[in-house]
Design a binder for this molecule. Structure first.
Ligand SMILES: NC(=O)C1=CN([C@@H]2O[C@H](COP(=O)(O)OP(=O)(O)OC[C@H]3O[C@@H](n4cnc5c(N)ncnc54)[C@H](O)[C@@H]3O)[C@@H](O)[C@H]2O)C=CC1
Ligand SMILES: O=C(CO)COP(=O)(O)O
Length: 335
């Protein structure tokens, strides 16, 4: 199959390697001329995925026309908040021939509160049944090294989810399929906020008990908002829920956990983001989730405290104290 990849950051590049290995013809678009030159000269994307050799058969280009020329599948791998603008460029030159779209981005668009498959549906004017989300515990650094990984392909149409499963699956990337796209995308987006909290926990010197509490109660509030938005509760116990929450809160590769860790050590958000090359989606998703929770009247205490630490200068210590001294509760999946 011919597959177009929009975005050649760490995840876009790692997935291009998977697809190439699976026998597909892959073309990746990037606006980043520096990494493009790097890939052409050294066969390595050292800015986003250092240490991994990139086969010369994978085309990397800044010419979008090469991406939209006759693909059977188009994958969106740019960060959530720039997906709309990147797709607007695609829309100008794209002719719809029944292609399947895949979102691998994990976020909720600011202001519109849309999941990324919904942004694709709106901008590209394709039906939800032809769009899938691929999500789950999968750091690019490990997938690119062929470390066994399992994720989930989800679409409103289970046939579409199954097709994408077949295209991406191989010996080191196991893919499950389901049709709860709302749950899959919200799990992948919201766990990044809890990973920021887990990072703060590491940076501020709290303990393993603290992190376990944040992860467990984090999953409760993720599920609570997810169910309110129409997701199935059981999806949050799966790869795109608990699975991704575990890896992002625990992994040395996680950019969201890293940002939290730096803040926990006393640095400002601006200082940390200014020196980062890669995206930490949880920062902007915290804005969307905080506002959504207020609008939907869903209790999300950890998200609320993370929002206040990130954007209202609240100290992590005070945020932790406020979480610990909330009114006493019965432990229940909705409490
Ligand atoms: N890195 C990882 O391990 C994983 C990342 N993801 C998700 O994949 C998405 C992409 O993440 P990464 O590849 O890690 O990000 P990255 O920061 O490594 O790369 C971002 C890519 O987007 C491009 N980009 C940035 N702004 C742009 C714009 N305005 N227009 C066009 N292109 C633009 C950059 O040039 C770069 O190619 C995120 O939503 C992330 O949460 C999902 C699973 C794993
Ligand atoms: O979603 C991811 C792993 O599944 C990547 O997480 P980070 O963006 O925090 O690195």
């Amino acid at each position: 199959m011919r597959i177009g990849m929009i975005g050649a950051g760490s995840w876009g590049t790692a997935l291009a390697l998977v697809l190439h290995e699976n026998g597909h013809e892959v073309r990746c678009w990037t606006i980043d001329e520096e990494s493009l030159n790097d890939i052409r000269l050294k066969q390595e994307n050292s800015r986003y995925l250092p240490g991994i050799k990139i086969p010369s058969e994978i085309v990397f280009t800044s010419d979008l026309r090469l991406i939209v020329e006759d693909p059977e599948i188009i994958v969106n791998a740019v960060p959530s908040q720039v997906t709309r603008s990147a797709l607007s460029l695609v829309k100008e030159i794209f002719s719809d021939q029944g292609q399947i779209w895949v979102s691998v981005s994990k976020g909720i668009e600011n202001k519109t509160y849309k999941r990324i498959t919904q942004v694709i549906e709106e901008v590209m004017e394709v039906p939800a049944e032809r769009i899938a989300a691929l999500s789950g515990p999968s750091h690019a650094e490990e997938v690119a090294r062929k470390i066994p990984t399992a994720i989930v392909s989800s679409s409103a149409s289970i046939e579409t989810a199954r097709k994408i499963q077949q295209v991406f699956m191989n010996q080191y990337l196991r893919i499950y399929a389901n049709d709860d796209v709302t749950g899959v995308e919200l799990g992948g987006a919201l766990k990044n906020i809890i990973a920021l909290a887990a990072g703060i926990c590491d940076g501020a010197g709290y303990g393993d008990n603290t992190k376990a509490a944040l992860m467990t109660r984090g999953l409760v509030e993720i599920s609570r908002l997810g169910v309110e938005m129409g997701a199935r509760p059981s999806t949050f116990a799966g790869l795109s829920g608990m699975g991704d929450l575990i890896v992002t809160c625990m992994s040395r590769h996680s950019r969201n956990r890293y940002v939290g860790e730096q803040i926990g050590k006393g640095r400002t958000l601006k200082e940390v983001l200014d020196e980062m090359v890669m995206v930490a989606e949880g920062v902007r998703t915290a804005e969307s989730a905080y506002e959504l929770a207020k609008m939907k009247k869903v209790e999300m205490p950890i998200t609320e405290q993370i929002y206040k630490v990130l954007f209202e200068n609240k100290s992590p210590g005070q945020a932790m104290l406020d979480l610990m001294t909330r009114a006493s509760k019965i432990e229940d999946w909705g409490a």
